[in-house]
Ligand binder design. Structure first.
Ligand SMILES: *[C@@H]1O[C@H](CO)[C@@H](O)[C@H](O)[C@H]1NC(C)=O
Ligand SMILES: *[C@@H]1O[C@H](CO)[C@@H](O)[C@H](O)[C@H]1NC(C)=O
Length: 315
């Protein structure tokens, strides 16, 4: 009576533990984050407490898009301490990839910066969107590849909108998406950043004029009701993550698109949190590539039913 053997449930339990541990937090999927670090400059990067908080935020992510970077030296300092700190506990190494300083006023030039883990992602291409007068800070688009994800190759399009022209700029991301999708022959495009896509800048009615929100080809993962601001007085979904196409949408880990409330998670005072930024990061996880991961629920079900069976037969 092989089926009733007490060994079988034990074996199945053993296997489900193995697959569960293989699919553990570190191995499964790829976390992508976007954070407007409000005027990130040398004053901020030389403040130990702020840097410590920023390190904890960025080191949770396989790829972190930082916006409003005012000084490349501040990024050098951040990457240096990231590599020093994470060396000690998780072994990851980080690199950064920055755009030029973008903007239309010499006193407010900003960079888009991607900080990514060398061990989990490869950069396969980069492209500075050029079309004149389309954006104040034209998207600096980067193509990535990662064997940790089911989707493997994908494109990230960052945007920090100029608040007064948020509607037009978000709408133009549609054209950027088409351009880069054609350029790299890849439809897996994620658009992310501080779009100012809420409150007075982008109302419910004006969303109808934005192709990114009206076209069924795009899915907004951070909803209108989310609050991406630190302050108690504001409740606005400024920061967004939007994906293009069905395959990329299916590659998103369920319920993984969220705001990361560092103020609450790290139990910081609101004033300290506000010193770092007036925004909260948003994040999403791409599903892992392991086939075993998808088999895990089935294995658990099988082993539970086998355990129940063996109990029943023992009665
Ligand atoms: C994925 O890439 C990493 C980093 O290059 C490598 O160490 C690992 O062996 C790769 N895994 C597979 C399954 O190819
Ligand atoms: C990065 O690219 C190299 C060379 O193609 C490949 O061997 C490696 O597995 C890739 N790493 C990841 C994490 O996919």
């Amino acid at each position: 009576m092989g089926w009733r053997s007490p060994l079988l449930p034990l074996l199945l339990l053993f296997f489900s533990f193995i697959t569960l541990s293989m699919g553990g937090a570190k191995e499964s999927g790829l976390r992508i984050c976007a954070f407007n670090v409000q005027k990130f400059d040398k004053v901020k990067s030389s403040n130990y407490r702020l840097m410590h908080t920023l390190l904890r935020i960025v080191s949770r992510c396989d790829i972190a898009l930082l916006q409003e970077v005012m000084d490349p030296k501040a990024i050098d300092a951040l990457v240096k301490s990231l590599n020093r700190e994470t060396e000690r506990y998780n072994g990851y190494h980080y690199k950064s990839l920055s755009s030029k300083s973008l903007g239309n006023s010499p006193s407010n030039m900003q960079q888009y910066v991607f900080i990514y883990r060398v061990e989990t992602v490869n950069v396969t291409g980069q492209h500075q969107y050029q079309k004149k007068q389309s954006f104040v800070r034209e998207p600096f688009v980067v193509a990535f590849q990662s064997n940790r994800t089911a989707i493997n190759k994908f494109i990230l399009v960052p945007l920090h909108t100029e608040p007064s022209q948020a509607i037009q700029e978000i709408d133009r991301l549609y054209d950027v998406c088409e351009e880069v999708s054609k350029k790299w022959n890849n439809k897996n495009v994620m658009l992310l950043g501080d779009f100012h896509a809420g409150c007075a800048y982008v109302t419910r009615a004006s969303k109808k004029k934005i192709r990114l929100f009206s076209s069924s080809k795009f899915s907004s993962l951070i909803g209108d009701k989310v609050d991406t601001t630190v302050s108690d007085e504001t409740h606005c979904a400024y920061d967004r993550i939007i994906v293009h196409g069905e395959p990329l949408l299916k590659a998103i880990a369920p319920f993984s698109a969220n705001v990361f409330n560092y103020h609450k998670e790290f139990k910081l005072s609101r004033s300290l949190a506000l010193q770092l930024s007036d925004h909260l990061p948003v994040e999403v996880t791409l599903k892992g590539s392991a086939l075993l991961l998808q088999a895990t629920p089935l294995l658990i079900l099988l082993s539970v039913s086998a355990v129940v069976q063996s109990f029943l037969s023992a009665l």
